[in-house]
Write a protein that binds this ligand. Structure first.
Ligand code: NAD
Length: 490
């Protein structure tokens, strides 16, 4: 099916598309062209109430009675439906986000695999029966936490939706998902496809709307048992506060300022193109973008020259062109925000050796940009820029490299490039980050836990343990004795 850009997208509640009770709709534009894309209904508090009620109804009804093997079959069926509709979903995502279609396709296939991974992982959901001695028999039951409120950002709307939905549904939770109001299209299509393949009404609900009102209302909603959030550290802190009164179960996947360490003994033929990919993929709008490159002093000048040359060769342009490597940023406002950081870097004394100037025109494009002469105290070295901007600094030795790598409040990901395997493993233990890559740029695979240390959040996605974050453990203790207990001796 082709992308219907004149279509009005509605909310998805209780197994069907639903009008917003407030009648409000948002006009979406394509960030790469500034042209209109689609109209999407914006949810209200009353719509969140309806969605939560539907999710509770699903747990009390058909969905709550759906056994693991059937949930597994449904997850596989949804993966098949995504594949059957891949052209539409990938184009929709590329046009909505401005992201290069080649990147969207990679994220799409990972999304499909997430459903398959958790479809299989359902088989691992099992209680225990520890020997407790005497006449007592103990066993545990694993039960879904209940209604999961899930909030996702704009940078990977399709893939993040699969990261959130797959483990929650595998565990048997029902979901109210709130996508970012500017990028809700693929999540809404996914919910439609889920209903078509047989997910019962109310098991998946999608309510787009502004975070500060609808998102916050969802977090505080007494009918929601767990919140899973991906977004900025500042919003994560607010969500923690908002979730506290209701003692909500909480997982937070937050921001990053991840280091990429290059030692003099590294294979530069691999380290340079991989380091270019690690920051500029998705135009740098990735939580785990390796936005701080730290290079051993003896190879610093050579590395900067070769890295900048490679960055300058990247192909920016039409997100739908298969040759494009970098699409646009999410909006012209965000492009200006990113450029503001480059200007601040200049004021702080950094040198712009590549890029650093927004292109003219309606599209939100920004070129791959390299800042050198940066030290860890500078704002550009500490704050998440969330655009195609990298800082390159030098280190003296291994000790100094570790010190600089850890000198930020974030701890999501780190990559180490070295020809010494022992050093790679030593650094993996000393760097405070949820994932460390050694001579390998990639960050997220179905089956490998992904998440943060420090201000990058807590809880893990993509792993088998993620299921535990959507499950409660209930202990059942049984007496097998024929004698009464009579604890008070009455
Ligand atoms: P954001 O925090 O502004 O928004 C994220 C989502 O939260 C959106 O859906 C938004 O509407 C909603 N929201 C905003 N305020 C809210 C509130 N008070 N209560 C409830 N919901 C609220 O983040 P963003 O700018 O959209 O996304 C970029 C951020 O996400 C970056 O910091 C990036 O690093 C982070 N991110 C992290 C991961 C990860 O896995 N760690 C992955 C992708 C993005």
């Amino acid at each position: 099916m082709a992308v219907a850009t004149d279509r009005e997208y509605l909310l998805f509640i209780n197994g069907e598309s639903a009008e917003s009770s407030g009648g409000e709709a948002k006009e979406l534009v394509e960030p790469a062209t500034g042209e209109p894309l689609a109209k999407v209904a914006m949810g209200t508090e009353a719509d969140v109430d309806r969605a939560v009620e539907a999710a509770q109804g699903a747990l009390a009804g058909d969905w709550g009675r759906t056994p693991g093997p059937e949930r597994s079959r449904l997850l596989h069926a949804l993966a098949d439906a995504l594949l059957a509709n891949r052209k539409e979903l990938c184009e929709l995502e590329a046009r909505n986000v401005g992201k290069a279609i080649s990147s969207v396709k990679a994220e799409f296939f990972q999304g499909v695999e997430n459903f398959r991974f958790y479809a299989s992982a359902i088989a691992s959901i099992a209680g225990r029966a520890n020997p407790v001695g005497g006449s007592l028999l103990y066993y545990s039951l694993k039960e879904p936490v209940g209604v999961a409120g899930q909030i996702v950002p704009w940078n990977y709307p399709l893939m993040m939706t699969t990261w959130k939905l797959a483990p929650a549904l595998a565990a048997g939770c029902s979901v109210v998902l709130k996508p970012d109001s500017s990028t809700p299209l693929t999540a809404l299509r996914m919910a439609e496809l889920a209903a078509e393949v047989g997910f019962p009404p109310g098991s998946i609900n999608v309510v787009p709307g502004p975070g500060k009102t609808i998102g916050s209302y969802l977090v505080k909603h007494p009918g929601v048992d767990k919140i899973a959030f991906t977004g900025s550290t500042e919003t994560g802190a607010q969500i923690m506060r908002d979730a506290s009164d209701g003692i909500k179960r909480l997982t937070l996947e937050l921001g990053g300022k991840s280091p990429n360490l290059v030692f003099a003994d590294a294979d530069l033929a691999d380290a340079i193109p991989s380091s270019v990919w690690s920051i500029y993929y998705s135009a740098g709008q990735s939580c785990e973008a390796r936005s701080r490159i730290l290079v051993e002093q003896s190879i610093y000048d050579d590395f900067v020259a070769k890295f900048s040359e490679a960055a300058g060769k990247l192909k920016l342009g039409d997100p739908l062109d298969p040759e494009t490597q970098i699409g646009s940023l999410i909006s012209t406002d965000h492009r200006d925000h990113v450029h503001g950081y480059v200007e601040r870097g200049r004021e702080e004394g950094a040198e712009v050796v590549q890029g650093g100037k927004a292109s003219d025109g309606k599209g939100a494009f920004y070129p791959p940009t390299v800042l050198t002469g940066v030290d860890t105290s500078m704002q550009v070295a500490q704050e998440e820029i969330f655009g195609p901007v990298v800082t390159i600094s030098s280190f003296e030795d291994e000790k100094d490299a570790i010190k600089q790598a850890n000198a930020v409040r974030y701890g999501l990901m780190a990559t180490v490039w070295t020809g010494d395997p022992g050093r790679g493993h030593r650094l993996a233990r000393r760097i405070k980050a949820g994932t460390v890559g050694i001579n390998m740029p990639y960050s997220a695979f179905p089956g490998i836990p992904f998440g943060g240390y420090k201000h990058s959040g807590f809880g893990r996605e993509l792993g088998i343990d993620t299921l535990e974050l959507y499950l409660e453990t209930k202990s059942v203790i049984v007496s097998t004795s024929s004698k009464p207990f009579n604890p008070f001796g009455l």
